[in-house]
Design a protein around this ligand. Structure first.
Ligand code: NAP
Length: 241
């Protein structure tokens, strides 16, 4: 029996660890040829090996999404080696946390460069590949702070709101080309990033990266007649994250 994503090419940014690794592995298990992208070569090579060892297809793609020329060159490699792009998961992101009054400009610029500019440039390159195909799916990993706000997270929160604006506008722009665009807004997920953002949290109560990977697989399982604007997924509790 053929797998759900057999014959499709799926690029995941930030695929080396955390949520991106889980998404890449789920896409690989569903039959996609996975392009695992991030800066840490060792990590993406490990993830690509995990997918191929499990019987899937994958390649590691070194990529710093904060550099526009890197993004262009990386997507050109995908076009050259695999000839198409069916799914882009814009998962790469960084957090820098602390009170706004003391927040360093360098941190602000880095968060904007990765979370907003990098995501924008990846969308742009993906659209250039997907428009001639007349199909594709772009999934942007935002955050619950793409919807609400927590103290000491102003820069991160501003960029995740920006990802929501980018997603909403692009979803309408891409629709006539047969391309779908959705956002996933996760609450706390047990990864290295959450340890930095909320050292006060007991990480055992958080969602697993696989919960977000399953949300991606749900979006990809829907027929092309269905459009989902966003999935807001948080840990099960009566309190906000
Ligand atoms: N964990 C949570 O609770 C949570 C909640 C809501 C949303 N999110 C979002 O989910 C996404 C993944 O988060 P995570 O918790 O899995 O984080 P993580 O464990 O820190 O992993 C982040 C990934 O992004 C990559 N990355 C960072 N900067 C990059 C750059 N400039 N270019 C390419 N790749 C880059 C990292 O690899 P390199 O450093 O090797 O490049 C790494 O693979 C982020 O967008 C985050 O904002 C997380």
């Amino acid at each position: 029996m053929s797998k759900q994503l057999e014959g499709q090419v799926a690029l995941v940014t930030g695929a080396g660890r955390g949520i991106g690794r889980a998404i890449a592995r789920a896409l690989g298990a569903a039959g996609a040829h996975v392009v695992a992208a991030a800066r840490s070569q060792k990590e993406i090579e490990t993830v690509a090996r995990e997918i191929t060892t499990a019987g899937g297809r994958a390649m590691a793609l070194p990529l710093d999404i904060a550099q526009e020329d890197h993004v262009g060159a990386a997507f050109a490699q995908v076009r050259g080696k695999l000839g198409r792009l069916d799914v882009l998961v814009n998962n790469a992101g960084i957090g820098r946390f602390g009170p706004l009054v003391d927040f360093a400009s360098a941190d602000l610029k880095q968060v904007v460069a990765v979370n907003l500019l990098g995501t924008f440039w990846c969308c742009q390159q993906a659209m250039r590949l997907m428009i001639p195909q007349r199909r594709g799916y772009i999934i942007n990993i935002s955050s619950v702070v793409g919807f609400k706000g927590y103290p000491n997270q102003a820069a991160y929160t501003a960029t995740k709101h920006a990802v929501m604006g980018l997603t909403k506008s692009l979803a309408v722009e891409a629709q006539p080309h047969g391309i779908r665009v959705s956002a996933i807004l996760p609450g706390g997920v047990d990864t290295g990033m959450v340890g930095d953002a909320r050292p006060d949290l007991d990480r055992s109560i958080l969602m697993r990266p696989e919960d977000i990977a399953q949300s991606v697989m749900f979006l990809l399982s829907l027929s092309e007649k269905a459009a989902v604007d966003e999935i807001y997924i948080r840990r099960r509790t009566s309190q906000p994250f």
